[in-house]
Design a protein around this ligand. Structure first.
Ligand code: HEC
Length: 186
């Protein structure tokens, strides 16, 4: 190795040694770091971006946006989360992923935070995943969905067990018949 990178490494080590001390430094680029040692509050912009990111990666679109998985995610944002005609049929009956844009239209942020922390639905909604999210993550999801505004119509209504839904629907053949066992699977 040439001498210059070695010198640079030495300088880096000295800097990181400095940063390990408890007192804040005048040259610290983040002056609020001392007040909030673990994380900083997210800005409105950060929340919006995080909401979109979470919606993309945690599967909300897979179920709550028609054809999202079939189109490999290439669905215009104007259609996102407007609900889906795809039914999920099992011992619980047939459920449909709701239109979240309409659902949130009448909810303020505090109502959503309370509602989403306690949400209990039928399968296949992973309500446990939403409940396990941090408040910031649920807030970010709210901000992003609200930014899309209301759109689309309501998803088909829930059908009780024993009623055959019209296509399209998935039918789940389960080892047992108890819905909670499915809700907790995976
Ligand atoms: C595997 C498919 C699936 C995924 C993934 C999914 N949902 Fe759902 N969701 C559903 C279904 C189906 C329902 C309807 C459940 C019922 O009828 O009880 C539902 C219901 C809901 C409801 C209740 C709506 C109402 O009107 O009561 C909310 C809120 C919700 N989902 C939010 C989300 C969010 C946010 C995400 C992403 C973190 C998400 N869902 C991911 C399928 C899914």
């Amino acid at each position: 190795m040439r001498p210059l990178p070695l010198l640079a490494l030495g300088a880096l080590a000295a800097v990181s040694g400095c940063a390990d001390t408890a007192s804040p430094h005048a040259d610290d680029a983040r002056p609020t770091a001392a007040a909030t040692p673990f994380r900083q509050a997210l800005s409105d912009e950060d929340l919006l971006a995080r909401g979109e990111y979470l919606i993309r990666i945690t599967g909300c679109n897979d179920c709550h946006t028609a054809s999202y998985a079939e189109q490999q995610g290439n669905v215009d944002k104007a259609q996102w989360l407007t609900g889906s005609p795809m039914g999920y049929k099992g011992p619980w009956g047939t459920t449909y992923a709701a239109n979240l844009r309409l659902k949130l239209a009448d909810m303020d942020e505090a109502q959503w935070l309370d509602y989403s922390a306690k949400l209990r639905t039928r399968p296949l909604m992973p309500d446990f995943a939403l409940r396990a999210m941090t408040q910031d993550d649920r807030r970010a999801i709210y901000r992003f969905i609200k930014s899309l505004g209301p759109g689309g119509g309501p998803a088909p209504a829930y059908l009780p067990p024993g009623q055959k839904p019209a296509a399209p629907y998935f039918e789940l053949m389960l080892p047992g018949t108890s819905a909670p066992a499915v809700a907790q699977a995976g």
